[in-house]
Design a protein around this ligand. Structure first.
Ligand code: ADP
Length: 236
């Protein structure tokens, strides 16, 4: 329990620092990007001699930009933490699938959905969206090419369960033990290891639970339980 407490304090501190740092990194990146284009323009045809190098710089600058915007998305400390915010998990899952459709199509991943719940949950919509997109992107990374992603939303007693399952590479027991630790990643340079730790924090703050199970070589399943907003059955 102490370990958990330290983890969550560490995560809160990390959130504040990263939000600040990420913000500061944005400006220099824009300057580098802008000047790179100007330099290339000034060199004219000469620029072709260094085409490979320019592309490398370009790609890496883009990557920094992507990491920074991801950190910014995730690290905003609970600006919205109140209790009167609600989201519809079925709607959010639908939106998330639209957001990721190109990537899923490109990887020829078959998507199976079952959106059975009309309930709402006490969570900021954008936060729930971040969590679900993160789970989908992780599934995409795990499947790589040609597999299946199944997403369902269903009522469960006094709450809603969102299940995201993939037929990807799966995880070893050792990996599974650490996936919710801040900065734990098996993706080397491409991963930040922040997605699941921050997702779990957001879900926990909303009074829910995020858990995972996996069979190595077969796939992984993430279950997210969220309490339903009182009376949200009556809304429809
Ligand atoms: P990142 O994706 O940047 O590595 P996450 O916190 O989202 O950070 O995930 C941590 C690790 O959990 C991943 O590096 C990967 O090893 C494992 N993981 C997460 N989702 C899946 C999945 N669907 N299938 C297999 N492994 C996964």
């Amino acid at each position: 329990a102490t370990e958990r407490l330290i983890m969550s304090e560490k995560l809160a501190a990390v959130g504040e620092i990263t939000a600040g740092v990420a913000h500061e990194i944005n400006n220099p990146i824009a300057v580098i990007q802008g000047n790179l284009d100007v330099a290339r323009g000034l060199l004219g045809p000469e620029a072709d001699k260094a085409a490979t190098e320019f592309k490398l710089i370009d790609d890496q600058v883009h990557r920094i930009g992507a990491i920074v915007s991801r950190l910014l998305q995730f690290s905003r400390p609970g600006e919205f933490s109140g209790s009167d915010h609600t989201a519809s998990p079925s709607e959010v899952v639908n939106d998330c699938l639209l957001l990721t459709r190109h990537e899923l199509d490109a990887a020829r991943i078959e998507v199976e959905t079952s959106l059975q719940s009309i309930r709402t949950v006490p969570m900021e919509r954008t936060e729930l969206q971040q969590v679900v997109v993160n789970l989908i992107i992780n599934a995409l990374h795990a499947v790589k090419q040609e597999g299946r992603l199944s997403i369902s939303v269903e009522d469960a007693n006094d709450g809603v369960i969102i299940t995201v399952a993939d037929t990807g590479v799966g995880m070893s027991r050792e990996t599974l033990r650490h996936i919710f630790d801040p900065f734990f990643t098996t993706k080397q340079a491409e991963g930040t290891g922040l997605g699941l730790s921050i997702s779990q924090r957001l879900v926990t703050e909303a009074g829910g639970r995020l858990t995972a199970e996996s069979v190595e070589g077969e796939g992984s399943t993430f279950h997210m339980w969220l309490p339903a907003t009182p009376d949200s059955d009556d809304l429809a």
